[in-house]
Design a binder for this molecule. Structure first.
Ligand code: AMP
Length: 157
């Protein structure tokens, strides 16, 4: 009868993607939080998003979707519309202890792709759905590598 394969030990201390926390993800990435004032124009907000290669700025929060839905589709002009007119004033936030799985559940249920990270009342980062996908892909690559090492190793007897 084949022996049971216990891969957990081979994974070392690394957590699986869904167990990884927002705090460890923020530590691993360049965690500059670009912000915009509510009194700025939407044009400036969209310019900053393009310049920084991000899809949202915490203010509240304003995202590319706000621009698409509340400016373009409504025939408004971005230099003449203020951020405060289209932003979401009270975004759903998470703390650094939240896991990838919990963040995905929130984004999926609420249908948004960004979560500001707040600790003790201070904004300490923003997590996008892209960050969560990257964490899952990285974890899967690690597991595959560990399994390949395990399979290629000499049979312990
Ligand atoms: P997104 O999918 O992140 O581009 O956002 C879609 C809509 O949800 C936009 O109106 C955003 O302002 C809003 N939104 C984005 N993130 C959040 C959040 N964490 N809490 C509440 N609303 C949000």
């Amino acid at each position: 009868m084949p022996k049971a394969v216990h891969v957990a030990g081979a994974m070392g201390a690394r957590k699986t993607a869904t167990e990884e926390t927002v705090g460890s993800m923020l530590r691993a990435k360049e965690n500059q939080v670009w912000q915009i004032a509510p009194s700025a124009t939407v044009y400036d907000a969209v310019s900053q998003m393009a310049q920084r290669s991000v899809g949202a700025l915490p203010v509240g929060i304003i995202t590319e979707r706000d621009y698409a839905r509340k400016v373009i589709l409504q025939g408004r002009s971005s230099p003449h519309t203020l951020v405060r007119e289209i932003m979401t004033s009270s975004p759903v936030t998470v703390t650094p202890e939240f896991t990838v799985q919990q963040c995905l559940r929130i984004m999926s249920l609420r249908r948004f792709r960004h979560l500001p990270v707040v600790q003790d009342g201070n904004l300490c980062g923003i997590i996008s759905i892209g960050d969560l996908v990257a964490a899952i892909i990285s974890s899967q690559a690690f597991i595959i590598e560990q399994l390949e090492t395990y399979i290629a190793a000499d049979y312990p007897g």
